[in-house]
Design a protein around this ligand. Structure first.
Ligand code: ADP
Length: 452
């Protein structure tokens, strides 16, 4: 087993990986920017290396600095977490070239799945159903008009290099398609340095349902059920749950098998998530994430599997030590992403936490690097904590979540805790009756009330 792992990330996910390492008796190296010198992942790690100034590009995204830190500390492997360098195929390659293990899939899989046009082609070839759309990239406004007429309106124009919900534009009718093409491709160019776009049928009220898989380098693949991530704002997830209130066990079994078969076909390795839109009983692939996801704890809570531990074992060449038949899902879990943001306007609220109290008790888990006195720097993502709650039933989970949210105190900055409190008391949410548009309508309803 590895003796020492460098964690190339910050915040709650750095801490999450550190905890798995500790549980396995592996020593840890934290890297950090000057802005994060006092942070919890640095304090708890066995060693730490400052890799640059606050800006992400000069620190957590600086490949050479991260690899040098691994070399000087004699680290055996690097865990990239999510975001930053986690889906950077060049980085994975560089790490391996330096004789260090990258805890993740092969650079080839990262590369293919990172290009959404390529990913869709690969998924389709491997037997996964996809959203109807263009055959690969759409090169010009004229081609967009042609494809639009073929697939039928409304259509969604999406960036091949997209991520985080950016570079997406809806065209309601043929009249909008030229403009939407130009806007999406312009946005993609400035956000990702690559203006290539493709087109998909715009599904009106789907749910976002994703399947978690684990695959080792010996050809064993298992799925760990689904997560429902339909509660989104600006195409970004806000709250996730497992199992999905919309699926029954035979649908879960069917899509899980399709995904496992596809992963075997492509020879995938490590943890991965295959994301689908689900409408009228049908699944449509949208993308695959070749890394650990923010919302992985809901799967851990219902299956009891430590996903980071499995990632580390797989990267070390071990076989999965359980089979599909041994995976059982028990009870219900919900995760609330807590951001340091205004709960109504969503403007970021960096600053110093002046008082801190975490909820606890049976079935309550908090993944966060916060503490009383912690500084939330303005340079990074505003998600500062994840509250994950498990119950034997969805109802028990909801009651417990209500209780846990009411106990949570984060003073000194504003957070989205009040949004979650409101949201989990909404009747549609209680009934499990929501889709990817529901949250924005719910939030908008509030703004309108405020303006009256
Ligand atoms: P990103 O990589 O930017 O997160 P995704 O392809 O995963 O992009 O899509 C993010 C979200 O955008 C989805 O969860 C869904 O809410 C919405 N979306 C994506 N494709 C479609 C589509 N064809 N129809 C309707 N909504 C879509």
């Amino acid at each position: 087993m590895f003796e020492k792992i460098l964690i190339a990330n910050r915040g709650e996910i750095a801490l999450r990986v550190l905890r798995a390492c500790r549980d396995m008796g592996i020593r840890t190296v934290a890297v950090h920017s000057t802005a994060d010198a006092e942070s919890m992942h640095v304090r708890l790690a066995d060693e730490s290396v400052c890799i640059g100034p606050p800006s992400g590009t000069e620190s957590y995204l600086n490949k050479a600095a991260v690899i040098s830190a691994a070399m000087v500390t004699n680290s055996d492997a690097i865990h990239p977490g999510y975001g930053f360098l986690s889906e950077n195929a060049d980085f994975a390659e560089m790490v391996e070239e330096h004789g260090i293990t990258f805890i993740g899939p092969t650079p080839e899989h990262i590369r293919v799945m990172g290009d959404k046009v390529q990913a869709k082609i690969a998924a389709q070839k491997a037997g996964i159903p996809v959203v109807p759309g263009s055959d690969g990239a759409v090169e010009s406004p004229e081609e967009a008009i042609k494809v639009g007429a073929e697939i039928g309106y409304p259509v969604l124009i999406k960036a091949s290099a997209g991520g985080g919900g950016r570079g997406m534009k809806v065209a309601e009718t043929a009249d909008d398609v030229v403009e939407a093409f130009k806007v999406a491709s312009g946005e993609a160019k400035s956000a990702f340095g690559n203006g290539e776009v493709y087109m998909e049928k715009y599904l009106s009220k789907p749910r976002h349902i994703e399947i978690q898989v684990l695959a080792d380098s010996h050809g064993n693949v298992v799925h760990l059920g689904e997560r429902d991530c339909s509660l989104q704002r600006k195409h970004q997830k806000v709250l996730e749950e497992s199992p999905s209130p919309a699926l029954n066990s035979s649908e879960r079994e069917r899509i899980g098998q399709v995904v496992c078969e596809a992963m075997r076909n492509i020879g995938y390795r490590n943890a991965g998530t295959v994301e689908f839109l689900y409408e009228n009983g049908e699944f449509y692939f949208i993308e695959m994430n070749t890394r650990l996801q923010v919302e992985h704890p809901v799967t851990e809570m219902v299956t009891g599997v430590d996903l980071v531990r499995e990632q580390i074992r797989i990267a070390n060449g071990a076989e999965l030590d359980f089979s599909q038949d041994e995976v059982s899902m028990s009870g219900h879990a919900i995760e609330c992403r807590i951001n340091a943001e205004d709960p109504v306007t969503f403007t970021p609220s960096p600053g110093q936490v002046t008082g801190y109290h975490m909820p606890g008790g049976l079935g309550v888990r908090v993944d966060s690097g916060l503490f009383s006195g912690a500084k939330i720097p303005p340079y990074y993502d505003s998600m500062v904590a994840k509250l994950i709650v498990h119950g034997r039933s969805r109802n028990e989970c909801l009651m417990r979540l209500r209780r846990a949210l009411s106990e949570y105190v984060i003073d000194g900055v504003t957070t989205t805790i009040p949004l979650h409190e409101k949201l989990i008391n909404a009747q549609d949410f209680i009934d499990g009756n929501y889709d990817i548009r529901w949250l924005e309508e719910f939030v908008l309803g509030d703004d309108q009330k405020a303006n009256r």
